[in-house]
Design a protein. Structure first.
Length: 253
């Protein structure tokens, strides 16, 4: 992960060879990179991916190598993916997802929890967890229903299908879709606008907005980690990982 700090903290997933997939170490690094933000020093955070993908979500090969108890799995999920979501939701400055390519699994969840999301026309989105026998994490079950609605969340989570950037915009998953070559400029325009606003007040408004939605997202992250822990121990997850690694369609029956 590459971090360029300044008035705008720029965080870039830099594992293009695996489509910027996230393992536990990457998630911890991302959570750490979202820590220590101060409105006196930072105007915004921009998260993006190196290469052609924003993030393909969880690293399937890392999943295949896991050998952990249920309490260990819960602690890992809550302290990595859950912590990322919590850091984004409580950051005192705006967090912008610059979705340069496919945002799948946790990549889609990160898009959902960000304060702003701008997507390249070529980007696709999918809550692909079910394809490897898992449930949405990184805030996917806690925030996505509030963003795109209950029915649409279930459609995405239960089918794992990919949707286009235009469809993502129609369901309010992203603020705007722009031509691929214009994405950098569009996000730069947004960041300039934010920089010309009182950052501390933006942070206060963000907190008030979230507080007025209720604090149940915290409980939602806990429930999410519990359910994901159960999913890790299912035959469906094992089958999904094996199918992915061997280039075949999973047989969940």
């Amino acid at each position: 992960m590459r971090i360029d700090d300044g008035a705008v903290r720029r965080i870039t997933f830099d594992r293009p060879d695996v489509r910027n997939a996230m393992n536990a170490a990457v998630a911890r690094d991302l959570a750490d990179a979202l820590d220590g933000l101060d409105p006196a020093d930072h105007d915004a955070v921009v998260v993006t991916g190196e290469g052609e993908s924003f993030s393909a979500g969880g690293d399937i090969e890392a999943m295949a190598e896991r050998d952990e108890t249920a309490p260990e799995a819960y602690e890992r999920v809550r302290s990595t993916l859950g912590r990322v979501a919590e850091q984004v939701l409580t950051a005192p400055v705006p967090v912008v997802a610059k979705v340069n390519g496919d945002a799948v699994g946790a990549g889609m969840s990160l898009t959902a929890v960000a304060d702003f999301a701008y997507a390249a026309e070529s980007a696709r989105f999918g809550a692909s967890f079910i394809n490897v026998g898992l449930v949405p994490d990184m805030g996917g079950t806690a925030i996505l229903p509030r963003l795109v609605g209950l029915r649409k969340t279930k459609e995405l989570a239960f089918t794992g299908k990919l949707v286009s950037a235009e469809e993502a915009a129609e369901m309010d998953l992203v603020n705007e879709v722009v031509p691929d070559d214009d994405l950098d400029d569009r996000v730069a325009d947004l960041v300039e606008t934010l920089a010309n606003r009182p950052t501390a007040n933006i942070g206060m408004a963000k907190r008030a907005i979230h507080d007025n939605l209720g604090q149940s997202w915290r409980e939602g992250l806990d429930r999410e980690a519990h359910v994901q822990t159960l999913a890790y121990d299912t035959d469906a997850h094992a089958e999904g990982v094996d199918a992915f690694l061997n280039g075949r369609k999973p047989d969940f029956d």
